[in-house]
Design a protein around this ligand. Structure first.
Ligand code: FAD
Length: 523
């Protein structure tokens, strides 16, 4: 379906839309835009297909993908107040991180979206965004009964008893300020199969003649077309062949919160002085590119269990807890995942033993106040960018305090029946670590990510010079290019962000098609 343009734009392959990144957002756009048979779409995806790949499609295998051949494996810069050894996994496969992740699926809380509007993102309020849930093609439901491990059920009961929080049967039924229960997941319990963005959106439509998928193809530079619009992209195929693709309508960057700003900066779009210092000729001075690096930091507390645990599981971290420490607050400010396996990658490095059988809780900062940034280390497109999350550096100490209080609250839950009966001993940090200072030191050194980087091409009002895209997701100061992925988040939603990315992509598809808003009940 592609055409070769014979004009001044050299022999580019042309499409109506070129999507860079066949990940979470990219799969949604590819499906929605090719619903119109007259619209030609090309998806450039750095990784291979997930079709038939059991390693990817089996949800419970997620942990074995970390650090493997389907992981770009980014690292962080030195984190003086945190953990400098975190591996920031980012998926290199069709479906992107929705093919790699644990598929915990939360709608954003209305207040999270109100905050986006307060930050100048007109049109992104809850009344506009949340109705798009009816459009989502992923199968999303609370963890199936047959996958509920008895120890996770007992964690839920113990948290209710110890903390007086309500049981939540379905976290997506209504907004919540606190509660404990099994998560909702995007999966098919029979067979433990993913309902990722690629499975739900792309697999059913891969044979559309107006859809071209270029797999294992890497986009390394965005360029202007003859009219000056940023609609060309240079790509390198698996065999090293280089070519240029051009979008006759728009180029859509969906490469994720690390790779979208990276590609922009490699193309001369970003903080001009910094780019110049690396020998990259600035094309557009956008100081906000790579700023506002957000994440959900968390720590971990590990217990050894009396023996092996029963086998029931969807993906080994199936239940969780939300708390508001501030009385009357309308959103949680502390979250926990309960792992029914010992997640000891960070504690082992600190010298703690790894129990053969164990569980852990991971106190998590839902709206961290420490904000980081990322930048290029070289003009070489293969060099990894520097990611500086600046973990635990907020001047009020909010993030650090959340972890300290979280570790104490985790112990309260562990001491409550019926969870208590399963646990033999606390392995990390161990019962002797009790003072706030010691808990902080341990909690920050053992801290981890839940792999939620966002915000690095943040959306903002048209007159917000630090914003990268406007509320229609168009790159500031240029024509022809939009960003649609987690990098446009102005602030981090309280909850795990994948569904928010899907909703952003659904709304972006409507913006591109000139439609006003979601139709309730439509799929
Ligand atoms: C291990 C892990 C667990 C997680 N667990 C959860 C969870 O349970 N729930 C939740 O809500 N969130 C979770 N997340 C986060 C969530 O998955 C992401 O926030 C979300 O999927 C990001 O979507 P995206 O579209 O922004 O980027 P991605 O889904 O990462 O898509 C980017 C795509 O672009 C491709 N790409 C990048 N650069 C280029 C290039 N230059 N050329 C061509 N292709 C390129 C990549 O290969 C990738 O396919 C997790 C993430 C990870 C890694």
């Amino acid at each position: 379906m592609a055409q070769r343009s014979g004009s001044g734009d050299r022999a580019d392959e042309t499409y109506d839309y070129v999507i860079v990144g066949g990940g979470t957002a990219g799969c949604v756009l590819a499906d929605r835009l090719t619903e119109d048979p007259d619209v030609r779409v090309c998806v450039v995806e750095g990784g291979p297909s997930d079709v038939g790949d059991e390693r990817v499609l089996k949800l419970r295998n997620w942990i074995n993908l970390l650090g493997g051949e389907l992981d770009y494996g980014y690292t962080t810069t030195e984190q003086p107040r945190g953990n400098s050894h975190i591996l920031h996994s980012r998926a290199r496969v069709l479906g992107g991180c929705s093919s790699h992740n644990t598929l915990i699926s939360f709608l954003p809380l209305p207040q999270d979206l109100d905050e986006w509007v307060e930050r100048g993102c007109e049109g992104w309020g809850p009344e506009t965004v949340l109705p798009y849930r009816a459009r989502l093609k992923n199968e999303i439901a609370p963890v199936a009964e047959q996958d509920r491990n008895p120890i996770a059920r007992d964690f839920v009961t113990a948290a209710r008893r110890a903390l007086g929080v309500p049981l939540v049967e379905d976290f997506n039924a209504r907004p919540f300020a606190e509660g404990v229960g099994f998560f909702s997941l995007a999966y098919h319990p029979e067979g433990n199969l993913r309902s990722s963005a690629s499975v739900a959106y792309l697999h059913p439509v891969m044979d559309r003649p107006n859809l071209t998928l270029k797999l294992e193809t890497w986009a390394y530079r965005v360029e202007a077309d003859d009219a000056g619009a940023l609609t060309r992209v240079r790509v390198r195929g698996k065999d090293g062949t280089e070519s240029a693709l051009r979008a006759e309508r728009e180029l859509l960057l969906c490469a994720g919160a690390v790779d979208t700003p990276r590609l922009l900066m490699l193309s001369g779009i970003g903080p001009a002085d910094e780019l110049r210092r690396l020998g990259i000729e600035p094309v557009l001075d956008l100081p906000g590119v790579g700023e506002n690096l957000l994440d959900h930091p968390e720590s971990v507390i590990v217990w050894e269990t009396g023996g092996p645990l029963p086998p029931q599981s969807a993906m080994d971290s199936d239940a969780g807890l939300f708390l508001r420490r501030e009385a009357g607050a309308d959103r949680p400010d502390l979250m926990f995942h309960f792992y029914q396996v010992p997640f000891t990658v960070n504690t082992e490095r600190l010298g703690y033993p790894a129990p053969e059988h164990g569980v852990c809780m991971t106190p998590n900062v839902p709206r961290a106040r420490s904000v980081g940034r990322m930048w290029l280390t070289s003009a070489d497109p293969t060099a990894h960018p520097a990611l500086d999350f600046r973990y635990f550096t907020d001047p009020e100490g909010h993030d650090e305090r959340t972890i300290v209080e979280g570790l104490k609250i985790a112990r309260e839950v562990a001491a409550a029946d019926p969870l208590r009966g399963w646990l033999r001993r606390e392995v990390a940090p161990g019962p002797s670590v009790v003072s706030d200072a010691d808990l902080s030191e341990y909690g920050r050194r053992a801290a981890h990510t839940v792999y939620h980087p966002a915000g690095t091409c943040r959306m903002g009002a048209a007159d917000d010079a630090a914003a990268v895209v406007d509320p229609e997701l168009r790159l500031r100061g240029a024509d022809g290019l939009r960003v649609v992925d987690a990098s446009v988040f102005p602030t981090m939603p309280t909850i795990n962000p994948m569904v928010t990315v899907l909703l952003v992509a659904e709304r972006a598809a409507d913006l591109l098609r000139g439609r006003a808003g979601a139709v309730r009940g439509e799929r």
